[in-house]
Design a protein around this ligand. Structure first.
Ligand code: DAH
Length: 438
């Protein structure tokens, strides 16, 4: 493994008295070569050519914000757990749901995609959208990755809460790490329809083609009962957190692992916001997990999205702040305590553009540039977006212009400080992405 300290490379660019303030934001750039070992949340992994996990990203793994006492993401997850515990009780009065908050974030490609029937050529598998450890393993892109294994282990009702990782655009509502809650509930025939003397008159499945090897289709009554239970559960959850008055609507959706599928949107702060995805679990998944005699539903929601709406937090980076001005606003023991978040100070942004000729469309991936910017600028990067693209009529070369918005959460940056970081981004982009800065 080559360790390359970015600030040392900068020695010639930055006067030394400026280095300490700057290097706080610059990560130690480590490049892993095939054959190297990478330690992720306490476990060692063998790296191959697919690895695209940057040091900046790696520094977030294992932080487990959802487990940190008094963190807003912890408060919200506690409220969701309490709600689910109270809603579904066994005849003896015990909660039916088990809660899994410590599952390791590295999963197999099989868990993240195949076990959920995501087609082999589906765009969501791309290297440009995920953080791969190696060909067979990645940082989970969603908590749905654990559905199948937990069902196979014999669980019927469970929540998985954890950190998930996506290479995404950079703006105030997207961060490469966020947190999700996955919910799964399975039913036997008598759990769904109730116990009756004439049980044989009730059917979980519609009659399929005799001898067909396809998994059975749900009987229309099964669909209706599951859909009602699922939607009531999630609407009551939204009412519990956002209040009785909140307006909601269901939108038809598509996920490879559920059918039918829906998204729940909630009207908050003068806009419809998508709060979760859900649906009836594809029967093939249950058959593959060894429970062909049950049916069920599942949902997945993003904790940051819920917390941002509930507490009126304007920027997703705030969740990673260790500033007491942020954390003390959430220092209370009852997670249902109402809070309207006050941004300590919204310091002024600095905006710098960067333009470069890209090598060729196929050799340049904007996601690689976004990672590089995030890796160099750390949490000072509020937003990066493509503002201009053109192809030179004579040379055929294509130029991209990206706008980078720099903003410190606690103080106003000087233009000089920003210029230095910006310059490092230019150098590294030229060095590692093969672009020619204009
Ligand atoms: N895994 C989906 C995502 O990350 C969310 C989701 C949708 C989870 C539907 C589910 C589901 O369990 O049934 O976008």
């Amino acid at each position: 493994m080559t360790l390359l300290i970015a600030s040392l490379r900068l020695g010639r660019l930055v006067p030394s008295h400026n280095l300490t303030c700057l290097t706080r934001h610059l990560s130690v750039k480590a490049t892993y070569k095939p054959g190297d070992k990478m330690t992720i949340a306490g476990k060692e992994y063998l790296v191959d050519h697919m690895n695209n996990i940057t040091p900046h990203l790696l520094s977030h793994v294992g932080k487990n914000l959802h487990l940190q006492k008094h963190h807003p993401l912890h408060h919200i997850s506690q409220r969701i757990i309490k709600y689910m515990y109270g809603r579904y009780l066994s005849p003896r009065g015990n909660p039916l749901f088990s809660v899994h908050t410590h599952l390791h974030p590295v999963v197999t490609v099989h868990q993240n995609f195949d076990s959920l029937l995501i087609p082999k050529d589906h765009v969501s598998r791309r290297k440009s959208d995920n953080f791969y450890v190696n060909e067979g393993q990645l940082l989970r892109a969603h908590t749905s990755a654990h559905q199948s294994e937990l069902i196979s282990m014999g669980l019927d009702n469970f929540l998985v809460i954890g950190d998930v990782y996506r290479r995404d655009e950079i703006d105030s509502s997207h961060y490469p790490v966020f947190h999700q809650v996955e919910g799964v509930r399975l039913f036997t025939k008598s759990e769904l329809y109730g116990s009756h003397q004439n049980m044989e008159e009730f059917q979980l499945f519609a009659k399929g083609e005799p001898g067909s090897r396809q998994p059975p289709l749900h009987h229309p009554d099964t669909v209706q009962l599951l859909e009602t239970d699922l939607k009531n559960c999630l609407m009551d959850l939204a009412n519990t957190l956002f209040g009785k008055e909140v307006e909601m609507r269901w939108v038809d959706a598509y996920f490879p692992f559920t059918h039918p599928s829906w998204e729940l949107e909630v009207w908050l702060n003068d806009e419809w916001t998508e709060m979760l995805g859900c649906g009836l679990i594809h029967q093939q998944i249950l058959c593959n997990s060894g429970v062909s005699d049950k049916v069920g539903w599942a949902f997945g929601l993003g904790l940051e999205r819920w917390a941002m709406k509930l507490y009126e937090i304007p920027d997703i980076r705030v969740f990673w702040s260790t500033d007491p001005g942020f954390l003390t606003q959430f220092t209370f023991d009852d997670p249902a305590t109402p809070v309207k978040f006050k941004l300590v100070s919204k310091c002024l942004p600095c905006i710098n553009d960067i333009s470069f000729w890209i090598p060729t469309e196929s050799e340049f991936e904007p996601a690689d540039f976004y990672d590089l910017v995030r890796d160099v600028g750390g949490s000072l990067i509020e937003r990066v977006h493509l503002v201009d693209e053109f192809t030179h009529p004579r040379t055929g070369l294509t130029s991209h212009c990206y706008r980078i918005v720099y903003r410190h959460m606690e103080r106003t940056l000087t233009q000089e400080e920003v210029n230095q970081i910006h310059h490092i981004i230019e150098i590294q982009a030229a060095d590692t992405l093969g672009v020619t800065v204009r």
